[in-house]
Design a protein around this ligand. Structure first.
Ligand code: GLU
Length: 292
């Protein structure tokens, strides 16, 4: 079956060559194998995403020479979908409200001798709010105390059983989602988390091959668990290396990596940008000409 791939940037800044590499990787796999290439804007974080970056992403990808199939899915326009998924997990007793602030968690963690970290960054959640009594929980909810929703990892693992995912070039990888602890699936300041929305949308949009940077490979362990809990199909995965700068550091928005806009303003052509993003014109020519 020809694959359905996608590029799913978050509009928190302008695209740089690292994004171009990721987008071209997904686009070429779809086009070379007669599949579909989808574009999705992962803009559920109102604090970090901006409409001008969303518009710039579409413009920059078109400049680079990419086209996509069907309408762009904009996550912020589908919040009820993610709420419905959260409701289903909650109905099975897999979520609990967490009222902790970052400082609360730091304090709690500081008391224990060893503090493992979650791949999401920060210490593994010590489970404080999992232990609240139903009455305490109800009181805080009634008082409107801001809360996140966390996955009860132990219960989730018990319901899902052992899991694995398929990584191209590596084969079957046994999942270890417990490394995330009780992951946040809805944040205090955002209606749903990246992990929930990305797995929801990959399933909804029929994505069969997820190509993305290797920095997101750890997240796949949690994504596979969410897929199993929700009854969503598991796509194949192909995590790719990240582009680095001359000193070997990965390109990142926060380091002001040269954006596609900068390159374009400096007179760089789309073909040069594609080559710098790791796709030479010879490789580009592999995609059927009708699609270019
Ligand atoms: N939205 C995510 C990001 O910009 C990528 C999601 C994915 O490819 O799974 O980092």
């Amino acid at each position: 079956m020809p694959p359905t791939t996608r590029f799913a940037p978050s509009p928190t800044g302008y695209l740089h060559l690292g994004h171009a590499h990721a987008a071209l990787t997904a686009w070429r796999r779809a086009r070379a194998e007669g599949g579909r290439f989808l574009l999705r804007l992962e803009d559920i974080d109102p604090g970090r995403c901006r409409p001008e970056f969303a518009a710039a992403i579409l413009e920059d990808l078109a400049w680079l020479g990419l086209d996509w199939d069907g309408p762009v899915r904009v996550q912020s326009a589908h919040l009820p979908d993610y709420q419905a998924a959260l409701d289903r997990l909650a109905a099975r007793g897999l979520l609990y409200p967490c009222f902790c602030t970052r400082a609360d968690i730091q304090r709690e963690v500081a008391r224990s001798a060893c503090a493992p970290h979650s791949p999401d960054g920060g210490p593994l959640y010590p489970g404080t709010c999992r232990a609240l009594s139903p009455a305490e929980r109800a009181d805080r909810l009634a008082a409107g105390v801001p809360h996140a929703l966390r996955l009860d990892m132990a219960r989730a693992l018990a319901q899902a059983g052992p899991l694995s995912f398929e990584e191209e070039g590596e084969g079957t990888i046994a999942c270890d989602p417990a490394r995330f602890g009780d992951a946040v699936l809805a944040r205090k300041d955002a209606p749903a988390s990246y992990h929930l929305c990305v797995t929801h949308d990959d399933a909804l949009q029929g994505v069969t091959l997820v190509t993305r940077g290797i920095d997101l490979k750890p997240a796949t362990h949690l994504h596979r668990l969410l897929q199993a809990l929700m009854g969503w199909p598991a796509p194949r995965y192909a995590h790719h290396g990240l582009l680095t700068d001359a000193s070997g550091r990965r390109l990142a928005k926060r380091d002001n990596a040269a954006t596609l806009r900068d390159l374009r303003a400096q007179g760089c052509t789309p073909a040069e940008a594609r080559a710098r993003a790791g796709v030479t014109d010879a490789a580009w020519a592999l995609a059927p000409p009708a699609r270019r």
